[in-house]
Design a protein around this ligand. Structure first.
Ligand code: WT7
Length: 657
């Protein structure tokens, strides 16, 4: 494993700085909470399959009940075999047919200040019409639909319409480049693309249709394109006759009713691409019954959702957090899910707090990066607003440092709100390690304990459980309903990536330690994945992109720790003969990466060097570069072909600092 020594070291440092503060659930919170005691854990430990089955029966609507709860041929899982259901029916129809029909399902705030409320009845109407639009464009059960949109209500409408007719969707984050979109459409083999004219971002326009056109030039499987009008201008892009259709025109002609299809519990629901340790993004496949149960129950218990709550998850639906905890989990519960289109500092740095005040948000779920950014902006911004409606706070995406946790607790929660630090991944589909806020005493910086029914362990290189507080690798030791089923089109890589390091157990790629109370402390990725502001990027993908630039011979990319973003990208670049380092070239390379992958991947710093440290098997020793970038004593250098290369980089680096 690449950075085993790194884990051990982090573990040792962490153990010295043991966090002593404890926050038991406030009694008034506990009294009202959905889960008040340890019963769910006890039930799940007696029989985890019976536990999940009990809630699948009580919480979800099935057209046909399953014959078998779980078939586990490690690493292949099937949940609720023989059962038939529809995710869209569970998220929309059953509420639209109940007293909730006039309840707000989606409350949407546009970046320019416009807003919309869709009740469950409204959502039911829109989703049925759009499902008919999909059918009229030739989309059938099993066909893949790619979606490249910003945070507009039509995005969940499109997703739910796909789920309704059994067409797996593949949402591509609207901040991705046309190259990234092209790769994802090609891998999924999508038949249809749904996009919009443009998206608002800090008052300017992201020309989504134009970017989509560039991608589509190399995507022969896409037959038709639906374009939503959001900004009212196509930013120069043309509608292609016979291929492109306006959303509103298709909807005007669509039939009003479309039944939700009874789908097999293992029917593919969606593919979502995430970065792995190689350059090629992995298409994570989630299916129907198990996924819905996982996101339903975690939404209900972790966020303690009540019918009167206004719940707001600030993530983008282009990431799994938005799929599971803006769309499927909350809507399955009949909750009110708030959605915001834009940036947290537009028009001012209090936009989030203004939204909390405007809608009287009760439950807020956001990222450590945002919290650290808000800390940097200063307490005067939240202090300007009435945040008294908040009763529960959550975080996700990266480790939260205790200082940021305390700031969130004091300046946003005013000491009143429990904080749920939720650990999970695109692959897990659902929250896996988390407090239940009415039961579990929290410790700032720890995601605490596994959700009922989930089993996790920290193991050493050999796969043996680590003693308390020793750093090791985080593994999951039991199948769970929302787990990924495979990589789209690449089952071998699925086995290789997660199940070969510790056979029979799922390897998360994260380092962790477990303390004497059984609380998990996640220390971050131990593989070639960087986590910038909660966004997962592959070192190798960024390196390949740099090397594709005409001036670059070789590149090594590392994530160095950053006080706000968690990690920032540093690139070490070797130029081809005939090119000279310059400020201009540095800027050009940074923009090159932003343009080819996404602005998220733009390196914070680029360092020109004559050579890179390599092992005898020609592997770049990224961890040594990280030691340099973070000003640490160099780790083991004995496997290097030429240690002098490293000394030279270190000397130059320190000179330029
Ligand atoms: C990686 C997964 C799951 C939604 C967002 C990211 C890191 C996630 C936590 C947390 C420490 C966390 C891990 C994980 N991570 N949540 N609460 N504490 N680290 O999804 O892009 O699939 O990334 O994010 O490193 O492996 P993702």
């Amino acid at each position: 494993m690449a950075n085993g020594d790194n884990v051990a070291r982090t573990g040792a440092i962490e153990a010295l700085l043991v966090e002593q503060r404890r926050f038991p659930p406030p009694p008034e919170f506990r009294e009202q909470a959905r889960v008040k005691d340890r019963t769910p854990w006890e039930e799940a430990e007696r029989d985890f399959q019976a536990f999940w089955a009990k809630h699948a029966e009580a919480e979800l609507h099935w057209f046909r009940k399953w014959d078998q709860v779980l078939e586990w041929n490690a690493p292949w899982a099937k949940w609720f075999i023989g059962g038939q259901l529809n995710v869209c029916y569970n998220c929309v129809d059953r509420h639209a047919q109940s007293w909730r029909r006039t309840k707000a399902a989606i409350v949407w705030e546009g970046e320019p200040g416009d807003s919309r409320v869709l009740t469950y009845q409204d959502l039911h109407r829109e989703v049925q019409r759009f499902a008919n639009v999909l059918k009229s464009l030739g989309v059938q059960r099993g066909d893949r639909v790619s979606i490249y949109m910003g945070m507009v209500p039509e995005l969940p409408i499109a997703m739910l319409a796909c789920a309704r007719i059994g067409a797996p969707h593949s949402v591509v984050f609207g901040g991705f480049s046309s190259d990234a979109l092209r790769d994802r459409i090609q891998d999924a083999g999508a038949k249809l693309l749904i996009t919009q004219d443009g998206a608002w971002r800090r008052g300017s326009i992201v020309p989504l249709k134009q970017l989509a056109d560039r991608a589509l030039a190399e995507c022969p499987t896409v037959e038709k394109v639906v374009v939503l009008r959001r900004i009212g201008a196509t930013a120069g892009a043309q509608m292609v006759e016979g291929r492109d259709f306006w959303w509103d025109e298709l909807m005007a002609d669509a039939a009003p009713t479309c039944p939700a299809e009874a789908l097999d519990s293992e029917h593919p629901l969606y593919i979502l691409y995430t970065s792995g340790t190689t350059g090629k993004p992995k298409g994570i496949l989630h299916t129907t019954g198990g996924y819905l149960l996982g996101v339903h129950l975690t939404s209900k218990w972790v966020f303690d959702l009540k019918d009167e709550d206004y719940y707001w998850c600030t993530a983008d639906i282009g990431w799994v957090t938005g799929h599971s905890y803006i769309v499927y989990g909350p809507l399955s519960n009949g909750a009110t899910s708030v959605m915001y289109e834009g940036a947290p500092d537009w028009p001012e740095k209090d936009r989030y707090w203004q939204i909390v005040e405007k809608y009287r948000i009760n439950v807020l779920y956001t990222s450590p990066t945002f919290i650290r950014t808000a800390m940097k902006w200063g307490t005067e911004w939240p202090a300007k607003h009435d945040l008294s409606s908040l009763r529960l706070l959550g975080t996700v995406g990266e480790p939260i440092n205790p200082e940021a946790w305390m700031w969130y607790h004091e300046h946003i929660g005013h000491g009143r709100c429990p904080i749920v630090d939720t650990w999970w991944q695109t692959e897990t589909g659902m929250i896996m390690i988390t407090p239940l806020p009415g039961v579990v005493t929290t410790k700032p910086g720890s995601a605490t304990i596994p959700f009922p029914g989930v089993q996790a362990e920290v193991v050493d290189e050999e796969g043996n459980p680590c003693p308390p507080n020793a750093g090791g690798f985080l593994v999951l030791t039991r199948p769970w309903p929302a787990m990924l089923r495979t990589f789209w089109g690449d089952p071998d890589r699925y086995v290789q990536t997660y199940w070969s390091r510790f056979p029979g157990r799922y390897f998360t790629g994260d380092g962790a330690r477990k303390d004497e109370d059984g609380y998990f402390w996640i220390t971050g990725r131990v593989d070639d994945v960087v986590n910038v502001a909660g966004h997962r990027l592959s070192n190798i993908e960024i390196e390949s992109t740099l090397v594709a630039h005409p001036a670059v011979a070789e590149a090594a990319v590392i994530g160095r720790s950053d006080p706000v973003k968690g990690q920032a990208i540093s690139a070490f670049v070797v130029l081809k003969a005939g090119f000279r380092p310059s400020e201009q070239l540095r800027d050009e390379l940074r923009e090159w990466v932003a343009d080819k992958i996404s602005p998220i991947a733009r390196p914070s710093d680029i360092f020109f060097t004559a050579d890179l440290p390599k092992t005898r098997s020609a592997k770049i020793m990224r961890r040594l570069l990280r030691d340099i970038a973070e000003g640490r004593v160099l780790g083991d250098t004995t496997t290097l072909t030429d240690p002098a290369v490293l000394e030279e980089i270190k000397r130059q680096y320190e000179e330029t600092e």
